[in-house]
Design a protein around this ligand. Structure first.
Ligand code: SAM
Length: 259
């Protein structure tokens, strides 16, 4: 299996809490994407890197018993309970396991591609699973827009170690901003994107999610020059309502495979 930096195996409780926050933040945007695409009764959908399963669940409700949802992840721990007559859950590593000949009306991958070292090939693989005329939808972040006021040396050093740790782990911290270009490169058409960022007080859902992500990456940041005290101080800043945070930019993208 490909190494995943935020594996549930390493910190089950913390990662479960992070996945819950992540779903709370992104589900409203995903609902807008699925509405815009028009996912409906009888559709066949693939949800890759399905994680905590909130999108798999939404898709299953929309496609109904006449449809089908295939949910794939390297860790199906939180997904297995969703299996039913029309929902299949499968342990699958997108980087090493073939997807097979089946094609789908919608292929969905939220907060997955940025983690994958060979992400263009992964995207090609996902697009090949879309039926001609069908849809691909993804959300990926751009972490490089984050800024926190007051700007302290502890924050600056922690943030720089965080970005270094992401890159050292094979992530692209700016992948959201690049996703449209990659979709065009793999032959997708009708590429549409919404970019969302806010300036808000610390302690917001987005800042708490970022704070938990810093915590998960702590063991990777320490060897890159961050200290425990600085990471604690940076997390406190993110969670303090007196701080002002310019958030991660969330990039929600949809595209079609030419018919
Ligand atoms: C940040 S979580 C997002 C979960 C879900 N898509 C969501 O947005 O709520 C990323 C998920 O991708 C899965 N993942 C990471 N690498 C993968 C790979 N190579 N193949 C399949 N799934 C992978 C992880 O196990 C994790 O569940």
């Amino acid at each position: 299996m490909t190494e995943y930096l935020l594996s549930q195996q390493d910190a089950a409780e913390l990662e479960r809490a992070r996945l819950e926050l992540l779903q709370e933040k992104h589900d409203p945007l995903t609902i807008r994407q699925l509405d815009a695409i028009g996912v409906a009764d009888g559709w066949r959908c693939l949800d890759v890197g399905a994680g905590g399963g909130s999108v798999t669940r939404m898709l299953a409700e929309r496609v109904g018993p006449a449809g089908r949802v295939l949910a794939l992840d390297i860790d199906t721990n939180l997904l297995d309970r969703l299996a039913s007559d029309h929902v299949e859950v499968r342990r699958h590593d997108l980087l090493t396991d073939g997807l097979g000949p089946e094609t789908f009306d919608l292929v969905h991958a939220r907060l997955l591609l940025m983690h994958l070292p060979a992400r263009l090939q992964a995207l090609e693989r996902l697009m090949s699973a879309v039926r001609p005329g069908g849809w691909f939808a993804a959300i990926d972040p751009d972490f490089t827009t984050v800024d926190v006021v007051p700007r302290t040396p502890a924050w600056e050093r922690t943030w720089s170690s965080f970005l270094d740790a992401l890159i050292a782990g094979g992530w692209d911290p700016r992948y959201g901003a690049r996703l449209c270009d990659d979709l065009l490169a793999v032959g997708a058409g009708d590429v549409q994107a919404d970019y969302l960022a806010h300036r808000e007080p610390g302690g917001s859902l987005t800042s708490r999610l970022l704070s938990l992500t810093l915590e998960r990456l702590r063991p990777r940041m320490l060897p890159l020059g961050a200290s425990d005290q600085e990471i604690d101080a940076a997390r406190s800043l993110l969670e303090d309502s007196a701080s002002r945070v310019r958030t991660v930019t969330t990039c929600a993208v949809r595209a079609r495979k030419p018919a």
